[in-house]
Ligand binder design. Structure first.
Ligand code: BTN
Length: 243
């Protein structure tokens, strides 16, 4: 899919570069950088992106789908990332709905999905993926040392970043084709097999709303159903979940 690839030494954020490049290119794009000086996460959080540690990548895709269909994109991408990690490292990655991948209850990957569209639907997806590969504990800021991890910290060995990138791109291509051709329903059991949020009381925040509850269902359209302590059901299309 990604015949046009852009590899940089240093950028502010591959996500920002992606937004600029998509103005000049109509085909799918892959943008990688060794360093990001202003890497960003969801909720305007900074994302540390040092040299030789992880994978900082943005993808530009042109799906032509409805706004309703885009809701499950993150679910397909999560499976693609988890499967690539599992195959290359033999570790046990778990998906934290909607946008993270964890290993042993610590975050190893986060991604964000931005879209451009109009009244006809979604025309462009700009998906930024950050994966911690060969970080030692000192490579992480002190503030996240308890909650972040890398392949190296979990497996006690280095992973060849280029072998992993190749596996990840193959996996994303596979699951992106699946996203375009299959309803999420058909992959729901695979997704649930990777999911880490079942049967755990967790804090869910979306906008001003905050509840403690247990995820009890993931609907075919990607909506997560959470049961709070009082037995009330809440529906989330996205949320910040505290583990
Ligand atoms: C999150 O967990 O909050 C999402 C993190 C996304 C980080 C990636 S790294 C490549 C791309 N460029 C960015 O500035 N952010 C994303």
């Amino acid at each position: 899919i990604f015949q046009k690839q852009f590899v940089y030494e240093e950028v502010t954020s591959t996500q920002t570069v992606a937004h600029e490049l998509l103005m000049e290119h109509d085909e799918p794009l892959l943008i990688l950088s060794e360093i990001q000086t202003v890497g960003r996460g969801r909720f305007k959080r900074p994302w540390a992106s040092k040299r030789d540690t992880g994978l900082w990548m943005s993808l530009v895709l042109h799906p032509n789908i409805s706004y309703q269909q885009i809701a499950t994109f993150n679910l397909f991408i999560s499976i693609a990332i988890a499967e690539a990690i599992k195959n290359v490292t033999q570790l046990e990655p778990k998906i934290k709905w909607p946008n993270d991948v964890y290993i042993n209850d610590k975050k190893v990957c986060g991604f964000l999905t931005e879209i451009n569209g109009d009244s006809d639907g979604v025309h462009t997806i700009i998906c930024g993926i950050g994966i911690n590969i060969n970080h030692t504990i000192e490579d992480f800021d002190e503030s996240i040392r308890d909650t972040a991890t890398s392949f190296k910290l979990e497996s006690k060995k280095e992973t060849d970043r280029y072998i992993f990138i190749k596996a990840l791109i193959d996996s994303i291509e596979h699951y992106y084709e699946a996203f375009l051709s299959q309803p999420f329903k058909e992959l729901k059991e695979i997704y649930k097999g990777y999911s880490m949020i079942w049967d755990r009381t967790l804090r869910y925040t979306e906008g001003n709303k905050q509840i403690y509850g247990k995820a009890v269902d993931l609907k075919d359209d990607g909506v997560l159903v959470v049961l709070d302590d009082t037995g009330e059901r809440h529906h989330f299309i996205s949320a910040d979940i505290e583990v």
